[in-house]
Design a protein around this ligand. Structure first.
Ligand code: FES
Length: 75
């Protein structure tokens, strides 16, 4: 992630899930996959545009995807 996002940044607009909630899922719940994010936060369970750039069919592209968050921690 080249840019810094505040914890309040909404990553999944459908389910209104913030970066802070997703980071909590990674650090405290050991979320490692998109399925884990759905399970712990509901993020990515509706339109799925927020999951990764390839799935983003919206006119206005998202600034941050769930896959980028996972990539940062799954190294
Ligand atoms: S923006 Fe995340 S499921 Fe639609």
């Amino acid at each position: 992630m080249a840019k810094n996002f505040p914890h309040s940044f909404i990553v999944c607009e459908c389910k209104h899930v913030s970066l802070g909630e997703l980071l909590y899922a990674v650090k405290e719940k050991n979320a490692k996959t998109l399925k884990d994010f759905v399970f712990f936060t509901d993020a990515g369970s509706a339109c799925k545009y927020c999951t990764c750039a390839d799935n983003d069919k919206g006119e206005k592209k998202m600034d941050l995807y769930l896959s980028q968050i996972l990539d940062k921690f799954n190294k």
